[in-house]
Design a protein around this ligand. Structure first.
Ligand SMILES: Cc1cc2nc3c(=O)[nH]c(=O)nc-3n(C[C@H](O)[C@H](O)[C@H](O)COP(=O)(O)OP(=O)(O)OC[C@H]3O[C@@H](n4cnc5c(N)ncnc54)[C@H](O)[C@@H]3O)c2cc1C
Length: 155
């Protein structure tokens, strides 16, 4: 029996699982893909979240994120407009960042099930059943971090 099962290993699921596991809970995370993998993403992360990542030792300094302070819009005929970004952000490959967070999750003691699609979540009075194609797991709590395009989101 787990304390928490996290469904989905994007940024939300990985960060949740790391912090909960560090706080002493028995946590499992299910991700349907296998790390590392590419995501469709602009790969710009606002500095709004940097203090949170630094505070929790999750800022990926060793991946050399690029500081981004300006925004430039160009048209196909060469016209351009530029403005400086007040808060700014950092640029980082999601392939690398998600893989880094996955490694942090494993170090924090999260049981990560890769290539594992959660097909159903059921609630009883006392706990949840979380089912993959091959097995059913029991847990006190479930966090749905499967993103808004998951079939699970509809059910
Ligand atoms: C084209 C595009 C560009 C973007 N660019 C930026 C950007 O530059 N900067 C920015 O900050 N944000 C950007 N975003 C938004 C950003 O990608 C999302 O806000 C962020 O990924 C949401 O994280 P998440 O962890 O909630 O969900 P997701 O990243 O969607 O992660 C969900 C995870 O759950 C897994 N999953 C789903 N269903 C199941 C299941 N049944 N069982 C097991 N696993 C499952 C998926 O494989 C996935 O890994 C962009 C989004 C798009 C579409």
């Amino acid at each position: 029996m787990y304390d928490v099962i996290v469904v989905g290993g994007g940024i939300a699921g990985l960060v949740n699982s790391i912090l909960l596991s560090r706080s002493g809970l028995k946590v499992a995370l299910f991700e349907k893909k296998s790390y590392p993998f590419h995501r469709v993403c602009g790969e710009y992360i606002s500095n709004e979240v940097k203090p949170f990542l630094v505070r929790n030792e999750l800022f990926p300094e060793e991946l050399n994120p690029t500081e981004i302070a300006n925004f430039r819009l160009t048209s196909i005929n060469g016209k351009q407009a530029q403005l400086s970004l007040k808060m700014g952000g950092f640029g980082i490959s999601r392939f690398s960042f998600d893989h880094y967070l996955f490694q942090q999750a494993e170090s924090a003691g999260v049981e990560v099930y890769q290539n594992s699609v959660v097909i159903d979540v059921r609630m009883t009075d006392d706990f949840f059943y979380v089912a993959t194609k091959s097995q059913v797991y029991e847990t006190r709590l479930v966090i749905g971090a499967h993103g808004k395009r998951s079939v699970l989101d509809k059910t």
